[in-house]
Design a protein. Structure first.
Length: 73
C-alpha cells in the first residue's frame, strides 16, 4: 500500500482514498465489485483497492455482511 512519505505525497497515497470509499458506502451498501467499478479510475489496480478495503475493515469503518459492504461509521 502506498503510504505518505517523503517520496509519496498524501494526495498520491492510498490513505487519501479512504474518505472516497466511505462516502460511497455512506450513501448505501454495495457489493465489492460495484464499489470497484466506481473506484476503478481512482486506484492503480485491484490490489490497491483491496488494501484500502482491508485497512478500513481493520479500522472498523466498514464491515462485510454476507457479500455486501456496509459503512459502520
Amino acid at each position: 500500500m502506498k503510504l505518505p512519505s517523503k517520496v509519496t505525497t498524501y494526495k498520491n497515497s492510498a490513505i487519501s482514498l479512504f474518505p472516497v470509499v466511505l462516502t460511497y458506502l455512506e450513501k448505501g451498501d454495495m457489493v465489492p465489485s460495484e464499489l470497484y467499478k466506481k473506484m476503478k479510475n481512482k486506484v492503480s489496480g485491484i490490489q490497491e483497492f483491496l488494501e484500502i478495503l482491508d485497512s478500513l475493515y481493520a479500522l472498523n469503518k466498514i464491515e462485510l455482511v454476507g457479500e455486501v459492504l456496509h459503512y459502520v461509521g
